[in-house]
Design a protein around this ligand. Structure first.
Ligand code: ZN
Length: 213
């Protein structure tokens, strides 16, 4: 059962990444997967989620150009995530974040407005106190973005979406862990224009899985 769920999760991840990649590179959504470098059709065995990367030794069989390890990593992470999914909201948010993470890595821009319908959809069971918190969170995030310019405006709906699906404790863990990870990433890379959504995705999944225990 676990293996089945893992495969389902990593296949969904692989599919989501493929869609995001094709949209961002203006490639039609139909047709076989091809190598980025030589445009040769990839043997379906190497398209196997997670394991395909290892079977191909991380390289294209025709031109030997490298296949980014991040895909394999995302498929592993989403596969594990799928085993621990508690409800469909969490799954939907996970896939949405993965899509945006891929876009963000590509050109530091993401169509994060797609979070807005989800925020309104999941907002239904909110109480008045939480409405006040939600508005404060929006204002706080916009203010920090304008003041420090470390975060893109596009990251804001993503954080708000995570706030809506998590409970208070989970969200506090999330912010705490995210701050540490981002701090380490900035120190390690010395790059102040890092795509933030991949970090949001990893932290989101990690906190969701850990809080189940
Ligand atoms: Zn190739």
């Amino acid at each position: 059962m676990f293996i089945f769920l893992f495969f389902l999760g990593s296949s969904l991840a692989s599919f989501t990444i493929c869609i995001a990649y094709r949209i961002n590179h203006n490639i039609p959504l139909n047709g076989f997967s091809v190598c980025d470098a030589c445009e040769e059709t990839i043997n379906p065995i190497y398209l196997l989620p997670f394991f395909g990367w290892f079977l191909a030794f991380g390289k294209c069989k025709k031109c030997f150009s490298k296949i980014p390890f991040k895909y394999c990593f995302y498929e592993l992470f989403l596969g594990i995530f799928f085993i621990f999914i508690s409800d469909w909201k969490i799954l939907l948010v996970g896939l949405c974040l993965l899509f945006l993470a891929e876009e963000d890595t590509f050109n530091l821009e993401s169509s994060s407005w797609i979070c807005l319908p989800l925020i309104f959809l999941f907002y239904g069971n909110f109480k008045e106190l939480n409405t006040a918190l939600l508005i404060s969170l929006f204002i706080f995030l916009y203010a920090t973005t304008v003041l420090f310019e470390k975060m893109g405006v596009g990251d804001i709906p993503v954080i708000v979406l995570i706030f809506v699906v998590f409970n208070e404790i989970q969200f506090i863990y999330f912010l705490f862990l995210l701050s540490i990870i981002m701090l380490l990433a900035f120190m390690y890379t010395k790059n102040h224009r890092l795509p933030m959504i991949p970090f949001l995705l990893i932290t989101f999944i990690f906190v969701h899985v850990v809080c189940l225990f």
